[in-house]
Design a protein around this ligand. Structure first.
Ligand SMILES: Nc1ncnc2c1ncn2[C@@H]1O[C@H](COP(=O)(O)OP(=O)(O)OP(=O)(O)O)[C@@H](O)[C@H]1O
Length: 225
């Protein structure tokens, strides 16, 4: 199967000059096949967020190569990285960052408005289809404050899936939810993975949720075990 993500010898250091240089990632090799559902686990400070930021093209590696959907990403300027990010990637965070003044449906459509500058009929239909798919058809007009934590996170999941990303990066997507709601949201991610063929890479501290993933990447002190 084709790889949606390939990392070869990825290193990341911070500091240098006056401050001491700290190497956070020490040569990461990693491949993710299209359609896979993978967990990224490891203790606090092991480098999970740093690795996710590099894969998300939010910051460049200090050394090494990262390929996204078969294309190399080293040497690209910020504009080219943003284009790739918008085309291929979706993001889900622990805190959903929904805009409080807008409805669930408007929040889901906001990236389209910000990106292309207009909302097409197809976008609106996809938003409604996905909101219905995650059980929120009756809640599409509500503002975030009128929704439960689990419902808010489901809105954020729909927002991440709107542009049919090849790879969704999720940083502790259930970290802010109670155990039962977390399991439900995680099960929903599994279903969307199967139905939409979207590849997921999910940072989680919950070993039971990680155990439901086909693949586990385990980081320790900036190295994959
Ligand atoms: N901008 C930065 N400058 C200097 N050091 C940094 C920077 N970003 C991260 N680090 C260091 O890199 C290490 C890994 O941090 P990172 O946030 O990636 O870990 P993590 O595994 O995501 O931790 P957690 O589970 O607590 O979120 C930490 O020691 C952190 O202090």
């Amino acid at each position: 199967m084709a790889e949606v993500l390939l990392l070869q010898g990825v290193r990341k250091s911070y500091g240098g000059g006056a401050s001491p240089r700290v190497e956070v990632l020490h040569g990461i090799d990693m491949a993710l096949a299209e359609g896979s559902f993978a967990a990224l686990i490891g203790p606090s400070g092991s480098g999970k967020s740093t690795l996710l930021n590099i894969i998300g093209l939010l910051e460049p590696p200090t050394e090494g190569e990262l390929q996204l959907a078969g294309g190399a990403t080293s040497g690209l300027d910020d504009a080219a990285r943003t284009t790739l990010r918008n085309r291929y990637l979706g993001f889900i965070f622990q805190f959903h960052h929904l805009l409080p003044a807008f409805s669930a449906e408007e929040n889901v459509l906001m990236p389209m408005l910000a990106g292309v500058g207009r909302i097409s009929r197809a976008d609106r239909e996809r938003a409604r289809m996905l909101l219905a798919r995650v059980g929120l058809a009756e809640h599409a007009h509500k503002r975030p404050v009128q929704l439960s934590g689990g419902q808010q996170q489901r809105v954020a999941i729909v927002r991440a899936l709107m542009n049919r990303p090849r790879l969704v990066l999720a940083d502790e997507p259930t970290g802010n939810l109670d155990t039962q709601t977390a399991a439900e949201v995680f099960a929903l991610l599994h279903e969307l993975n199967r139905e939409e063929g979207t590849t997921f890479l999910i940072v989680t501290h919950d070993p039971r949720l990680a155990d439901t993933c086909q693949q586990q990447f385990r980081l320790l002190d900036g190295r994959l075990l």
